[in-house]
Design a protein around this ligand. Structure first.
Ligand code: NAD
Ligand code: MG
Length: 298
């Protein structure tokens, strides 16, 4: 029996333009209160056993890209531990509901990753809850737009680096002792690693650092059989945008940033993580997979 052909989908129109009304939330933002609510693939992602039995830790797994990754991983057969801030428990519960509906173990850990001890503790908690670890997705991120250098506080600059870069280091360092050969580490950069927005100096610099750190680490961990890769998303409709990540004007024109003239949805970014986590990517390490609506990167 052959399957009926799936309709060919035009990437330009697979998702509608978001055309978001200007909206504001305090950091880190609650996704369920956004207009429109981002698509995590709840109704669309179909697994095919590509991660059966895997054990994944995903930071920022309550919402946006990390939430879509958690749902996709579970539908591919992985148990997942998601990390988020305490204010995001309701978003985390939504993701866990889908993880458990896929028949997998799902646990959430509410903690602040900008602290080294918290990073070490969350890794221990995830290892304990899942009975080991073989996939680490460093995806949590802080992005707050500040137009003028003089207004970018030392505190923000440091906190952005602590959240985006230091936590990636702390979590990976604590996790590596638990990772057997065949494990996969996936970090999250951005189009801004190459094309910094002038009002996101701190953020863009962290994303370039993540690319570089990941490539060096890929070389270092190669002899242990651990692959390290990066996903670099382009403009994607998530809570980051409505919690200070972009200006009002940028929010109004959010769709116009990509070549496709529409924002991406988290559900469109998650399959890149599935590929890099799976044995399909056994010969891929030190790579950055750009998923950005047709923008050209170096
Ligand atoms: P999101 O707001 O849905 O996810 C970010 C998550 O980071 C939050 O849910 C929160 O749980 C977590 N986080 C932030 N600070 C934290 C802290 N101190 N402690 C613990 N958790 C913390 O937004 P998203 O867009 O899905 O972001 C996911 C990743 O994608 C980020 O690294 C972001 O930089 C990257 N990215 C996003 C875009 C985009 O356009 N949305 C583009 C390129 C890269
Ligand atoms: Mg969130």
């Amino acid at each position: 029996m052959t399957d009926a052909p799936a309709p060919l989908e035009n990437p330009l129109t697979r998702y509608r333009r978001v055309e978001p009304p200007v909206q504001h939330q305090p950091e880190p933002g609650v996704q369920s209160e956004m207009t429109p609510v981002p698509d995590l693939g709840e109704d669309s992602y179909r697994g095919s056993g590509r991660l059966t039995g895997r054990k994944a830790l995903i930071t920022g797994g309550d919402s946006g890209i990390g939430g879509a990754v958690a749902i996709a991983f579970a539908r591919e057969g992985a148990d997942v531990a998601i990390v988020h801030l305490p204010d995001e428990q309701s978003d985390a519960d939504h993701v866990l509901e889908h993880v458990r509906a896929a028949g997998r173990t799902g646990v959430s850990i509410a903690t602040d990753i900008s602290d080294a001890a918290a990073c070490r503790a969350l890794v221990a908690e995830a290892v304990d809850a899942l009975g080991g670890l073989d996939i680490v997705v460093n995806n949590a991120g802080k992005q707050v737009a500040v137009p003028r250098l003089e207004d970018l506080s030392d505190e923000q600059f440091e906190q952005t680096f602590r959240t985006n870069v230091f936590a990636t280091f702390w979590i990976t360092k604590a996790a590596v002792a638990h990772l057997p050969a065949g494990s996969s580490i996936i970090n999250t950069a951005s189009l801004e690693a190459y094309k910094p927005a002038p009002d996101r100096l701190d953020y863009a610099a962290t994303k370039a650092a993540i690319n570089n750190l990941s490539k060096g680490l890929a070389l270092q961990l190669a002899e242990r059989g651990i692959r390290v890769n990066v996903v670099a998303p382009g403009p994607t409709w998530t809570a980051l945008q409505v919690s200070g990540g972009v200006s009002d004007e940028q929010m109004e024109h959010f769709d116009d940033e990509s070549t496709y003239q529409r924002a991406g949805q988290p559900a469109e970014i998650a399959p890149a993580y599935v590929f890099l986590a799976s044995a399909d990517a056994s010969y891929v390490s030190g790579e950055t997979l750009n998923v950005n609506g047709g923008m050209v990167t170096p």
